[in-house]
Design a protein around this ligand. Structure first.
Ligand code: ATP
Length: 250
């Protein structure tokens, strides 16, 4: 199934979802799902944020979207195909995943870029010379540095660039703001907007107020063992600040 490029879409067109969850129940112990009745549709070129209190299931949902966790019930489809039937190679080539943990690998940044881009780019220098999001300039000269000899924020920036160079249709980010300083938060938003402008879909979990207020096209609140879409309004933000899991529907 092919997808329309974002600039080919006209008003009234029905844009096929790139990633769909239908009535999904998922968790770690059968019979005790963390989430149930989850129905979500992610379209090309949109940024979607998952918000909600600690332990409600945002990471669980992202892991399900990446195929790391199989649903107990319901179905996840990627570009119209059941995700569970896809090969690990196809899945990895279609859905990228940024984990909140930083890999403690003694590996050069140039190697991270080369491995992540499957050899398309050999170095940070080649990344800089290619079509790329113009962000995080302070790590641009870090090609010959080791990942595990950098600060947490610097590592996070490299991993964000590594996610982008995978060139997947879907980018999943579990709390991408972790360790970033305040100016870098704006750059993260720039990186995500760059990706969505290229037709990529971004799904991220976040506890960051600025991200929630300015970034996502759509917002899903995770709570009460399920997921609800909510409008990106100040009213929703206030409800989230008060810990109200019954945030009104969009
Ligand atoms: N590997 C695991 N095995 C068993 N239970 C788990 C595992 N990982 C998470 N859980 C449980 O699943 C529930 C949801 O956890 P999850 O990490 O998805 O929450 P979250 O919304 O991402 O939280 P946070 O905002 O704190 O990152 C929690 O009750 C948690 O204890």
């Amino acid at each position: 199934m092919s997808h329309l490029a974002v600039d080919q879409v006209e008003e009234g067109d029905v844009i096929p979802a790139v990633l769909e969850l239908s009535n999904v129940a998922v968790g770690y112990v059968r019979g005790e799902p963390v989430l149930r009745n989850v129905t979500i549709s992610i379209r090309p070129g949109e940024a979607v944020a998952l918000v909600g209190r600690n332990g409600t299931g945002k990471s669980t949902l992202l892991r399900t979207m990446r195929g790391f966790l199989a649903p107990f019930d319901g179905q996840v489809t990627l570009k119209g195909h059941p995700l569970q039937s896809m090969s690990p190679q196809t899945l990895a080539a279609t859905v990228g995943f940024l984990s909140p943990e930083i890999p403690q690998a003694h590996i050069l940044v140039d190697e991270v870029i080369e491995l992540s881009s499957l050899g398309r780019l050999k170095s940070m220098e080649q990344l800089e010379a290619s079509d790329h999001p113009d962000v995080f300039p302070e790590v641009s000269g870090f090609g010959a540095r080791f990942l595990d000899e950098m600060s947490s924020g610097q590592q996070r920036k490299i991993m964000l660039l590594a996610l982008v160079v995978q060139w997947t249709d879907v980018l999943l980010m579990d709390e991408p703001e972790l360790h970033l300083d305040l100016p870098s938060l704006r750059e993260l938003h720039g990186l995500i907007s760059w990706a969505t402008a290229k037709g990529k879909s971004v799904v991220l979990s976040t506890h960051n107020l600025e991200t929630i207020r300015v970034l996502p096209d759509r917002l899903y609140v995770v709570g009460d063992k399920t997921v609800r879409e909510a409008p990106r309004t100040e009213e929703t933000v206030q409800a989230l600040l008060e810990g109200d899991e019954y945030v009104s529907r969009a």
